[in-house]
Design a protein around this ligand. Structure first.
Ligand code: G3I
Length: 562
């Protein structure tokens, strides 16, 4: 244990411990360092930057005093106003992350200076083991190892000077620089993650120099478009330019928060892989054409047949698509057990109630909306259709159907739909009267569905717009639920049909309360038209071989417009 020593002795010991006993010294004050100069001005250079995701740029800052003299050793605090667009390190190195603009600030003392950084679509790609992967995950070039003699890092940039934050839109050429030089002919594969497929449908691999006017375009081979693989035989050297062709209907619709949908046949979905692929690529919502109708899904009083509906709903959920339920109260495809004999009001009410509670509740959380009541208006427009529902159960069964549907799925939007009601006419007047009566009575109706089964000539934009406007003014959403434009066999009206589709979607897009357009089927290979209207067909945006028709192009161009 240490013996206690007096503090004085300890202090002396410490002072003197440097050697011979030192004479006590009186502390002397050394001159204080001069106060640091006050920062009067900070400048950053460069004051603007244009990068692609993954790239970085070193910014420098200088602080000056009031006399303009640079202050050596000044320290700066760096910041980015949008760290999702780009971050900046403490040394001023900015790293681009996602397309957008951000202000990079350098602060010293109380003074700051800024630079505007723009991050454009594109991205850095790096080579690893023969696979060239875009660091921003947008695209993945798979180039066999050994085929390259180029460096291991490339920049993907739009060829033209893009407007700030421009996305790789239709036909935007991008260049991968420095040029990817191929030592040997190789098969290059370009992959897009399916999740990003909405933005890019096909890819053209072109080899040449940006100055070339004749590009060697490779066949766009996308055998497994689910993975967006486009393979091409590459020979020679040059700049590999990747063209981002037009995205799908779905790609543009998603950017506008718009539902572009198609009615789905469960038989086609099960049997036809091209049907499945194009449906998932081009549409972000589905309507079940028949599988959820009363007869198919509820064939006997105590028997439900959910398999077909489950198949379509399962596909939609797996492909991140909305589901529109169709249809609860309708006069067609009713099961015999419901209509045979002389059903009473009480029987019909209890049967419909349990049907709605069972079916709507089963798909709650997957269906985003329902056609609750369909084709309730008489064709001549003189009030309600005299179906067995109305004749036996009474008109208030419509009100009840909406109430039961809301209780069964509070989150689903509920619609009243009909056909030949797309313009202002006697039938749509009656639909308007019914919809507004329901709304005024506090019935949970959210909107009306205008089916839109057309033949040429279709209504004018003014006619469509006026009808949409009055339902919107009444506080109702509107959507086109079953669009098709049938053509008489033997006529070559594809261009006119395409224009008609354009007029329809333009009218919807111009109306803020019209956020959805569904075609009734999407390929002429599977359509109800020929079987129902002999001598007519070709009503849909894709032909028998899933080729896009003018109608597809006008829908896509309309959705692409800002
Ligand atoms: O599934 C059965 C099959 O098992 C049976 O062998 C075959 C022969 O009888 O019939 C098949 O059911 C047919 C069903 O389509 C599925 O193909 C029905 O008979 C047939 O009537 C039904 O037609 C549907 C029609 O509504 C009537 O429900 C059409 O496909 C469908 O496109 C059409 O869609 C309606 C909307 O729901 C409401 N708006 C009008 C639109 C056109 O009518």
């Amino acid at each position: 244990m240490l013996r206690r020593v007096s503090l004085l002795a300890l202090a002396v010991f410490v002072v003197g411990c440097g050697g011979a006993e030192a004479a006590p010294t009186t502390p002397t004050s050394s001159p204080l360092p001069p106060p640091p100069p006050t920062v009067a001005v900070v400048t950053v250079s460069p004051t603007t930057g244009s990068l692609v995701p993954g790239e970085s740029q070193l910014l420098t800052a200088v602080a000056r005093d009031a006399a303009g003299t640079a202050i050596a050793g000044a320290t700066f605090t760096w910041s980015s106003s949008s760290v999702s667009v780009a971050t900046v390190a403490s040394d001023g190195r900015a790293t681009a992350l996602t397309p957008g603009t951000t202000t990079i600030s350098a602060t010293s003392g109380a003074v700051s200076a800024t630079a505007l950084l723009t991050v454009n679509e594109g991205g850095l790609i790096a080579v690893s083991g023969g696979t060239v992967t875009a660091l921003n995950g947008q695209l993945r070039l798979e180039i066999p190892a050994g085929a390259l003699t180029a460096p291991t890092a490339f920049v993907v940039r739009p060829v033209a000077a893009p407007t700030p934050n421009a996305r790789l839109l239709a036909g935007t050429a991008v260049a991968i620089t420095p040029a990817i030089t191929f030592a040997t002919p190789a098969t290059v594969r370009l992959r897009y993650p399916t999740a990003l497929a909405a933005d890019v449908v096909e890819t053209q691999l072109r080899i040449g120099r940006l100055t070339d006017t004749t590009w060697q375009t490779f066949a766009v081979v996308a055998p497994d478009r689910v993975n967006r693989t486009a393979a091409a035989r590459v020979t020679g050297t040059g700049t590999l330019a990747v063209f981002a062709p037009p995205p799908s209907l779905r790609g543009y619709a998603q950017r506008r928060s718009f539902d572009i949908g198609a009615a789905v046949s469960v038989d086609a979905l099960r049997a036809d892989s091209t049907y499945r692929r194009v449906l998932a690529e081009e549409f972000n919502s589905v309507t079940l054409e028949n599988a959820m109708k009363f007869g198919p899904i509820h064939p006997a009083a105590t028997t439900y047949a959910f398999a077909n509906a489950d198949t379509i709903v399962g596909f939609a959920v797996a492909n991140n698509m909305k589901v529109y339920g169709h249809v609860l109260l309708w006069h067609t495809q009713q099961p015999a057990w419901l209509t045979d004999g002389t059903p009473t009001r009480a029987f019909l009410l209890s049967s419909l109630k349990s049907h709605i509670e069972t079916v709507v509740a089963r798909y709650a959380g997957k269906t985003t909306s329902w056609d609750v009541a369909n084709e309730m208006i008489a064709d001549n427009g003189t009030g309600l259709r005299r179906s067995f529902w109305i004749e036996v159960a009474g008109a208030d069964i419509i009100d009840s159907a909406f109430v039961w549907a809301r209780r069964s799925d509070p989150n689903a939007r509920l619609f009243l739909s009909d056909y030949s009601v797309e313009t202002v006419n006697r039938k749509s007047d009656s639909l308007f009267a019914l919809a507004t009566r329901l709304k005024a009575a506090g019935v949970p109706i959210d909107g009306v569905g205008l089916q839109g089964h057309f033949m040429l000539p279709t209504p004018s934009a003014a006619q469509l717009t006026a009808n949409l406007a009055r339902f919107a003014a009444a506080g109702l959403d509107i959507r086109y639920t079953e669009i098709d434009v049938r053509l008489m066999d033997g006529t070559d009206n594809l261009a006119v049909q395409g224009s008609a589709y354009g007029t329809i979607i333009d009218a919807c897009l111009a109306q803020p309360r019209c956020k959805s357009l569904t075609t009734w089927g999407f390929t002429d290979k599977y359509s109800w038209i020929p079987g129902t209207f002999p001598g007519f067909g070709r009503a849909l945006p894709f032909d028998q071989l899933f080729g896009p028709k003018p109608a597809y192009l006008t829908l896509r161009d309309a959705l692409a417009r800002p």
